[in-house]
Design a protein around this ligand. Structure first.
Ligand SMILES: Nc1ncnc2c1ncn2[C@@H]1O[C@H](COP(=O)(O)OP(=O)(O)OP(=O)(O)O)[C@@H](O)[C@H]1O
Length: 231
């Protein structure tokens, strides 16, 4: 069964069209790159998959459900903005997540935190921007979810930590799950992608396995992106 199914998915903000009748089927067990230039509709699609926005037309089905209470329990969503409460410590956040999400795996979270060398007793407001991003990602990837929606997960993180984070993403999702990653750092993440989606002006212009794309076009996904979206 498809984990994400979009049919004629359309979104308007007033007169601005953000998604234009997208048809898309994503099967489980994949890491999918949702790639496109600024304003192409990536965040809009991710927000609709998480039930934060309603389609203007068409539908999106997550694990057989309309986005809502049931789908939210299987979706782990990393927004493109900082969502951590400033006054809480990392420890308190872990506790809150454990209370809130039955699938939060604290052991996993502790392990990631230790590998990234982040202290648990420090208030969020004292952490650097990049460290906050790491904490957010640890919280999200420590859930045993079926769908991980990661909107710009590594943008503010230093290159050394990026590699660890990508390894963490690969090793922390189970075979039945999907991870959808929106990013502009294509060269950094393309080695972990199974499937690639290019969005252009709200339309899917490419949806293919990453290996197949590289072979057919004789270049990296990053190289292909630069070619397709050349200004
Ligand atoms: N709240 C909003 N109100 C009005 N227009 C919006 C709103 N959010 C997004 N848009 C418009 O919808 C289109 C798609 O935006 P979206 O944020 O989904 O793109 P994106 O691919 O995530 O871009 P970026 O790479 O810059 O984050 C753009 O034209 C944007 O200006």
């Amino acid at each position: 069964m498809a984990m994400i199914e979009c049919r004629n998915l359309t979104k308007y903000y007033g007169h601005t069209r953000a998604l234009n009748g997208v048809d898309l089927t994503i099967e489980k067990g994949q890491i999918v790159g949702l790639l496109g230039p600024n304003g192409s509709g990536k965040t809009t699609m991710i927000k609709m998959a998480n039930g934060l926005l309603q389609p203007t037309n068409g539908s999106i089905i997550i694990d057989g459900h309309d986005p809502g209470v049931e789908s939210k329990s299987v979706v782990a969503y990393l927004p493109d903005r900082d969502f951590l409460p400033e006054y809480m410590t990392v420890d308190a956040l872990f506790k809150m997540y454990g209370d809130f999400f039955t699938d939060f795996n604290r052991e996993k979270a502790e392990k990631m935190l230790a590998s990234l060398d982040i202290r648990r007793d420090v208030a969020i407001k004292k952490l650097s921007k990049g460290t906050r991003e790491k904490v957010q990602l640890v919280l999200i990837m420590s859930r045993d979810a079926k769908v991980y929606l990661l909107d710009e997960p590594i943008a503010g993180v230093d290159p050394a930590a990026r590699d660890y984070i990508l390894k963490t993403i690969i090793s922390n999702y189970c075979e039945d799950a999907i991870v959808m990653i929106s990013t502009h750092l294509i060269a950094d993440i393309e080695s972990i992608l199974d499937d690639v989606i290019f969005l252009k002006d709200g339309n899917v212009v490419v949806h293919e396995p990453a290996d197949q794309l590289r072979e057919e076009r004789g270049k990296s996904i990053d190289g292909l992106f630069r070619e397709v979206f050349k200004c």
